[in-house]
Design a binder for this molecule. Structure first.
Ligand code: INI
Length: 153
């Protein structure tokens, strides 16, 4: 049996980070986790390009432009959508994940989904570097692994 799998080495990788500013008190920790992960896995902060956008709704458009530029091995989308009392959450989160999914299938550039979609500020804090880990770290590892697995297919 032939098994193809990707390692977690980020040496020489060019990574685009697209970051929604909304809920920045959470998002800043996710970004720090993402950068730290690239560096700790052999990559360089100089090879990271960070693009700031207003919120999660705008993330897919910037991800698409980076992916189409051909300059990046992978793109990490980072943001935080926190449910409020209206259906707004569902529209913003839904468009964000749908758009990101489309970009990676249409361009072949791996895009990882580091956008928290949570019911409360407490859940967001838990997933941005406290008791439930850090989504920025997790999705950056997924991006690195996908670059390395796709190279072999
Ligand atoms: N954007 C987010 O990234 N997170 C949110 O929780 C959020 N909420 O709840 O409204 C949010 N809204 C802004 C949206 O992403 C767009 O920036 C805005 O609608 C302008 O297009």
């Amino acid at each position: 049996m032939k098994v193809i799998e990707g390692n977690l080495t980020a040496s020489g990788m060019k990574i685009g980070l697209v970051v929604g500013r909304f809920n920045s008190f959470v998002v800043d920790h996710l970004v720090a986790g993402a950068i730290d992960t690239v560096v700790r896995h052999g990559g360089s902060a100089e090879n990271i390009t960070k693009v700031m956008v207003p919120g999660a709704f705008e993330i897919p458009l910037a991800v698409n432009k980076l992916a189409q530029s051909g300059e990046f091995d992978a793109i990490v989308a980072i943001g935080a959508v926190i449910r409020g009392g209206t259906p707004h959450f569902d529209y913003v989160a839904g468009e964000c994940v749908k758009g990101i999914g489309q970009v990676q299938l249409q361009t072949g550039v791996p895009v990882s989904f580091g956008v928290l979609t949570v019911d409360s500020i407490e859940q967001a804090i838990e997933r941005s570097g406290t008791k439930a880990g850090n989504k920025g770290v997790e999705c950056t590892l997924a991006a690195i692994e996908m670059v390395n697995v796709l190279k072999q297919i």
